[in-house]
Design a protein around this ligand. Sequence first.
Ligand SMILES: [Ca+2]
Ligand SMILES: [Ca+2]
Length: 323
Amino acid sequence: MRGGKRLDRGNPDMALNGAVDIVIFWSSTMWKELSGMLPPLNPGNMLMIPALLLAGCVALTCGDQLPRTGAVADGGWPAGTSRHDEPAGMDLVWVPAGSFVMGSSPGEEGRQANDSDEGPQHLVTISRGFWLGKFEVTQDQWEAVTGRPSPAHFKGARHPVENVSWDEVQIFIGRLNQSAGSPCYRLPTEAEWEYACRAGSSEPFSFGRDNRRLSRYAWFRGNADRPGPPGRTRPVGLLRPNRWGLHDMHGNVWEWCADRYTVDYYAESPQMDPGGPAAGHRRVKRGGSWFYPWHNCRSADRARGEPDLRSSSVGFRLVRDAD
Ligand SMILES: [Ca+2]
Ligand SMILES: [Ca+2]
């Protein structure tokens, strides 16, 4: 059985905003590097500045090593194109191929002393576009696929399923692939997850750097306990999506990724489609949750868990590979 074909074209403005963010980031990075090479400014060498800026713009346009923006169409769909997928009963969003700077700098606001695993920042290329769940997998979807009651601690058909281990998610994916007739569903890699979470932004959050705005996008410790009972998940999709139309990437529940976790992986990961270290027992989870403070919801924050860990803070969303 194949997935539904209903397509909803993405908003080109959302994609363009992401492109502008990346160009600004790389322009400022290039300027910092260039300014470190310059002699002290005086009327004679100030004439160099326009020439260097022009050279920088040419390099941004032509350089093979510089990132393509996340706005480049891939497979014929712009970022944010949505699709309803019948086998999984999920809404999916198209994430186009592209490149981004993964990780955070040591000075990023909110990065903690034990967040050194977010560095070094490095260029990553996602070579193939993919469909990603618009929402975390919900309890009604879990029950439809498994035929069993949701194991979640916080009950609700449209709440994210949690209390599911990485190992149990693999069983869920196996059943879904069986019903789809092909191995098209999987967890995102950690790199795919961060790329999709950022949606073109190089700031700590997909919406920028002001964590006071996080309540508009994420359920986290700062807002998940009011109104109503202390801390809990909320139905998916109640808050604003990122620029590519993905909801709850920041907060609600942490999301399992496919990769194994090691603290120093970024020092050795390949640029093209990194898939995590070859060895290691723990698995990556991303995005923070209703129980965790704002800084754990940053796009670059990394966390890990044993593959048999069950927690009311941890759920997942799925990738469907392009047909
Ligand atoms: Ca989440
Ligand atoms: Ca962390």
